[in-house]
Design a protein around this ligand. Structure first.
Ligand SMILES: Nc1ncnc2c1ncn2[C@@H]1O[C@H](COP(=O)(O)OP(=O)(O)OP(=O)(O)O)[C@@H](O)[C@H]1O
Length: 328
């Protein structure tokens, strides 16, 4: 068994009656990694996260969590914390009392100084003495994260933790997750927000109808993706258009529109062809002012993979798609 992996799942299946929620899922989560789970509604994300938290057991396959086989008892494996479907809180208790109650349940001091530290980390110090009943969704999510922090988890599992968060709340959560990962905690979270996942995660898994469509580094999606569309702003738009039209592997799209008051060019290319274009622009003294995907690589991959009809999953098509499941 690979001790560097916080989670190793092989051929995991999980059914609810006739519904196949997970259908042969493989997943490797390295220690200290922030891993994003993405997929359309009903893809199986919550089900998978629930298995990691010990809330359910797989019907088939092998699941190892923090180096130990999981799946025989319905209990959170030691060192694992988190929540699916929102954190469980006592509504009639204040934020601080909620954490004190959790500390007491674990046989710790109710006045554990880490309670105030955790509240500060998630940005809830000012409402620490307010009852959880009146908390917004974003505040409840942050209190749930503070509760998970108190256990000092080695694997943190969060189902859509950014739900309901305002920009400040999101910043707190992002900082906490990045800090935990730096200290070696593995974080796995689901989200429908591609920008959040791209900001936070080093690796992602794209699930659709219970199957893994891609699993691996975000950079792999960008580099091995099918051609993406990029918006390009240059110091001399006419020259840029001419150079792009002549560049190998680059297609200039005619529907280019003004972008933030400037004349933008939209090109379609693979990353190596784009490298060639930027070098060609520099050779002709045309300055590149902005070059960014019109749709992010993750979003493009997500759309392409999840819109593919079931029949197109055969070996031939998946080779063409460039999105084969990572075969680590
Ligand atoms: N307890 C359950 N009983 C019956 N069916 C369930 C149960 N939990 C999940 N399912 C079904 O399993 C499938 C996967 O659901 P799951 O909640 O894991 O998806 P998800 O990717 O988290 O979706 P969403 O993005 O909507 O949260 C769905 O078809 C869902 O209806």
């Amino acid at each position: 068994m690979d001790t560097q992996l916080a989670v190793r799942a092989r051929e995991i299946t999980k059914c609810f009656g006739d519904v196949v929620a997970l259908d042969g899922v493989d997943l490797d989560l390295a220690q200290g990694q922030v891993h994003g789970l993405v997929g359309p509604n009903g893809a199986g994300k919550t089900t998978l996260l629930g298995l990691l938290l010990g809330l359910a057991v797989p019907d088939g396959g092998r699941l190892e969590v923090l180096g130990r086989p999981a799946g025989r008892v319905l209990a959170a494996p030691a060192g694992v914390a988190g929540f699916v479907d929102g954190p469980g809180l006592y509504p009639s208790l204040t934020a601080r009392q909620n954490l004190a109650a959790l500390a007491a349940l674990r046989g710790r001091d109710r006045r554990d100084p880490r309670i105030d530290e955790a509240l500060a980390e998630v940005g809830l110090t000012e409402v620490a003495d307010d009852k959880a009943r009146g908390f917004s969704l974003g505040m409840r999510q942050r209190l749930g994260l503070a509760a998970a922090l108190l256990t000092g988890p080695r694997l943190l599992v969060l189902d859509e933790p950014a739900n309901g968060l305002d920009p400040a709340g999101k910043q707190h959560v992002h900082r906490v997750l990045a800090r935990l990962a730096e200290e070696g905690t593995t974080v796995v979270l689901s989200s429908h927000r591609m920008d959040d996942l791209e900001a936070l995660c080093s690796e992602v898994t794209i699930l659709a109808t219970g199957r893994v469509r891609f699993s691996g580094p975000l950079g792999k999606l960008a580099a091995e993706n099918r051609e993406l569309e990029y918006r390009l702003l240059a110091s001399d738009p006419a020259a840029a258009r001419r150079i792009a039209a002549a560049a190998e592997g680059v297609r200039v799209l005619e529907e280019a529109a003004p972008w933030r008051g400037a004349e933008a060019l939209v090109v379609r290319a693979l990353v190596p062809a784009l490298d060639g274009l930027t070098a060609a622009l520099a050779r002709e003294d045309v300055a590149l002012r902005e070059l960014a995907p019109v749709v992010s690589p993750l979003e493009a991959a997500f759309l392409a993979l999840t819109e593919e009809p079931e029949e197109s999953e055969g070996p031939e098509e998946s080779e063409d798609s460039g999105y084969e499941e990572d075969d680590r």
